[in-house]
Design a protein around this ligand. Structure first.
Ligand SMILES: [Zn+2]
Length: 158
């Protein structure tokens, strides 16, 4: 269970493989993979994926905080601000993969990309609060390269 993840043994300046990260926090490798999908940063240029200790610790802490503060449907937890934020410009992007939906938006304060899983059944509720842009599976996200310019402009405008 994510709620019992241990952070005491994590060393900030060490990098962990998914297996090592699972061992040190006491969760399953599957949970670590779920966290990565939910926004836990990994070092992209490394295979197998490596996770920085401080990222891992911050991620677990922010999840605890998120659980406590209970995010509203149209709010996101920004990993950089460590706070609940609204979507910049009122835009969010939906990535639908079977029954899993990930909604991406930019932090209205620091323009960092924020991810959150949303139940497919609740998507229509979200539509009333945010302008949702569909993203085709495997298609490029406007919040990520190769269009970083667009993302930055979106964060500033409106
Ligand atoms: Zn932010």
């Amino acid at each position: 269970m994510a709620s019992t993840a241990r952070i005491n043994a994590i060393k900030s300046f060490r990098c962990y493989t998914i297996r090592e990260a699972a061992e040190i926090t006491g969760v399953s490798t599957r949970t670590i993979c779920t966290w990565i999908k939910a926004g836990l940063p990994v070092m992209d240029d490394q295979r197998p994926h490596l996770i920085r200790g401080d990222d891992l610790r911050n991620f677990i802490r922010s999840r605890r905080k998120e659980r406590k503060t209970e995010t509203k449907l149209h709010e996101f937890f920004c990993l950089r601000c460590h706070a609940l934020r609204f979507a910049a410009g009122g835009f969010a992007e939906c990535h639908i993969d079977g029954n899993r939906v990930t909604v991406k938006a930019l932090c209205s304060v620091c323009s960092t990309v924020m991810n959150k899983p949303v139940a497919k059944a609740r998507l229509h509720e979200l539509e009333g609060k945010l302008e949702l842009l569909d993203s085709e599976e495997g298609g490029a996200s406007m919040f990520e390269t190769p269009y970083p310019e667009t993302a930055q402009n979106l964060g500033k405008k409106r």
